[in-house]
Design a protein around this ligand. Structure first.
Ligand code: CP
Ligand code: NVA
Length: 309
């Protein structure tokens, strides 16, 4: 069996739950081991993942690479600019060819349509390693982190501060699938796409837009933000100025639930979207969140290759 993970809705609530269980179990089973040692069962022995990057990456690149090694498999890292793709070979032909060499493809690209095109023509699983539209693998790790802190996802309230971007789209989708509420607070003109909100509400999800950041975080269990300028966007002073009231400050964290957890996918810009005292403070879970990319990615690969869920 092979399945693509282009967005979290491809897995649905049952698939996500299965991946989160698998990620937690594998994390626990290898606690304290050297990171380069494979899991005892080496479930992807003999398998190769191609990772194709058209944008920079630290976490996605290293976590998927180590994920494959721990699962007993190997990886090939491809930079789009060094491939024939970079000089006009089609995404469809690239997908067909890579499918003859490797067992799965992870792609980080700008236009979500390229990811969809890749999946349409690949005969092996395709995983979304970030597009301008969404970042589902990040949010798998975010959910794992929240479960570690709170025990469950259902009924929690997540407050997103700042730009209505790709990471937020995946959080909104996850909330609708897994039963948590998302309150979005940012300046006018930078809201998440209507289709992200519409898709979630159609699934019965609870998504609210709240311009007042204090009201948005009041009662929040999770406070989450991301860079104000995503990869591929121009550095715009007007946008930075509009975002300023939405910086996650100690005062905003104090307005959330006293036990609220701070999340950030990283890379972070201290003094812009988040104050250093928050991201480096006791409520921040960012290092566990970053670590969980590895464990979550292992579960994603196993789900895509039909080993779980
Ligand atoms: N959070 C995340 O995706 O990080 P990278 O851009 O470093 O992969
Ligand atoms: N929104 C950010 C996420 C980086 C992991 C970006 O797209 O650049």
């Amino acid at each position: 069996m092979m399945r693509h993970l282009l967005d979290l809705s491809d897995a649905g609530a049952d698939g996500i739950a299965a991946m989160l269980r698998e990620a937690a179990a594998r994390k626990a089973a290898r606690a304290g081991w050297p990171k380069g040692r494979a899991d005892a069962d080496r479930p992807l022995e003999g398998h190769t993942l191609a990772m194709l990057f058209e944008k920079n990456s630290t976490r996605t690149r290293v976590s998927f690479d180590m994920a494959m090694r721990q699962l007993g498999g190997t990886t090939i890292v491809l930079e789009g600019s060094a491939m024939q793709l970079g000089r006009g070979e089609s995404v469809a032909d690239t997908a067909r060819v890579l499918s003859r060499y490797v067992d799965a493809i992870m792609i980080r690209t700008d236009d979500h349509a390229k990811l969809v095109e890749m999946a349409a023509h690949a005969t092996v699983p395709v995983v979304n390693g970030l597009t301008d539209w969404s970042h589902p693998c990040q949010v798998m790790a975010d959910m794992q982190t929240v479960i570690e802190r709170r025990g469950s996802l259902g009924g929690s309230r997540w407050a997103w501060l700042g730009d209505g971007n790709n990471v937020l789209h995946s959080i909104i989708e996850a909330g609708a699938l897994m039963g948590f509420e998302t309150v979005v607070s940012g300046p006018e003109g930078y809201d998440p796409h209507d289709d992200a909100i519409g898709g979630a509400t159609q699934r019965g999800g609870r998504v609210t837009l709240e311009r007042d950041p204090v009201r948005a975080v009041t009662g929040a269990d999770i406070v989450v933000t991301d860079t104000w300028i995503s990869m591929g966007q121009d550095h715009a002073e007007a946008k930075l100025a509009a975002m300023t009231p939405y910086q996650v400050t100690p005062a905003l964290m104090a307005a959330a639930a006293p036990t609220a957890t701070f999340l950030h996918c990283l890379p972070a810009h201290r003094g812009e979207e988040v104050a250093a005292d928050v991201i480096d403070g006791p409520q921040s879970a960012i290092w566990d969140e970053a670590e969980n990319r590895l464990h979550a990615q292992k579960a994603v690969l196993l789900w895509c290759l039909g080993r779980i869920g």
